[in-house]
Design a binder for this molecule. Structure first.
Ligand SMILES: [Zn+2]
Length: 317
């Protein structure tokens, strides 16, 4: 009798354990697939949204450029002479606006840190690598307002600018004043072409612009305000300069370039320095180490690249 009752208890315990096991299994069998379904559907929705966005972007580019630019593949070197600014032959128009520095701050009015932004227009060139070496040796970051040069020999220069922490700015694709400034549409076309080219080459969606000749150039047939409005709509900001190396002026030397920059830096708290990275600007490269050394030696002065926090200097207000 006693033996039977013990057996009964043992069976009862086993049945309970078995029942609990079945319930847990059923609940788990329902919950796990449900969770997986929820996670997968959320991921599906996100990917689908991204896919639709990129398809729309691609369609926009296709409509705009047709087969001119290859959006999905790597950059195809395009050595069409029409697309390559004639820097090597010294063919850039050299009509930069002169800056009146008479309104510069008196040095004694300057408080706090002085920020100096070294900027190089027109590159890449045969000197870009050397400029980058000098900047690296001196642990300085700069800003390069580049043009569109799809020649394979320049691809590494664009990449190196980005990889070494410098700011990649835009300075028109063709640098042909006659084309860029002939109408708002041709300005837009040139701008988009450069931005996409730089994105394909470096992965950077550039957002800083320097007008060829500056915003105060006397060449543009389009009101510069219209071009400004366009830039604003594309989330790009343009930067002119308040100090010029004048390395595009006839008769410039290593010494004159040095003096044009280093003598003027003390007049401003916020210095945007215009220099050129071009095949006919050897003197700029020669002057650069001394320029950097002597600016760094000034009290409370730092050399920095243009970022979103950089107050623009703009000739046209
Ligand atoms: Zn230029």
């Amino acid at each position: 009798m006693l033996d039977r009752s013990r057996k009964k208890k043992v069976y009862s315990k086993k049945i309970k354990r078995l029942r609990r096991g079945i319930v847990i299994t059923v609940v788990a069998a329902c919950l796990i697939p449900t969770c997986i379904c929820v996670i997968l559907s959320v991921r599906y929705d996100r990917l689908n949204a991204k896919y639709k966005q990129s398809t729309a972007d691609l369609e926009w580019y296709r409509q705009r450029y047709g087969s001119e630019l290859s959006i999905l593949s790597a950059v195809q070197p395009d050595v069409n002479e029409d697309n390559v600014p004639d820097a090597e032959a010294g063919g850039f128009e050299q009509d930069y606006a002169d800056v009146d520095t008479s309104g510069a701050l008196n040095p004694e009015d300057i408080e706090g840190t002085r920020y100096v932004y070294l900027t190089f227009d027109d590159g890449p060139s045969i000197y870009t690598e050397e400029i980058l070496d000098i900047l690296k040796e001196n642990d300085v970051k700069a800003t390069f307002f580049v043009c569109g040069k799809p020649d394979a020999k320049y691809v590494d220069a664009y990449k190196r600018i980005v990889d070494e922490g410098h700011t990649l700015g835009m300075h028109s694709y063709s640098h042909k004043y006659g084309e860029i400034y002939s109408s708002l549409d041709s300005f837009k076309e040139d701008f988009d072409k450069l931005r996409i080219f730089l994105y394909e080459t470096t992965g950077v969606w550039a957002k800083y612009y320097r007008f060829p000749g500056g915003s105060s150039n006397a060449v543009s047939k389009v009101d510069i305000k219209e071009l400004e409005n366009f830039l604003e709509g594309t989330d790009a900001t343009f930067y002119d300069w308040n100090i010029s190396a004048k390395d595009d002026k006839a008769g410039n030397t290593k010494e004159s370039i040095y003096a044009n920059i280093v003598d003027n830096v003390p007049k401003f708290k916020h210095c945007i320095v215009l220099m050129h990275d071009a095949a006919d600007k050897r003197s700029t490269v020669d002057a650069l180490p001394d320029i950097i050394r002597d600016i760094k030696a000034m009290d409370d002065t730092v050399i920095v690249p243009i970022t979103d926090n950089t107050l623009p200097v703009q000739h046209i207000k």
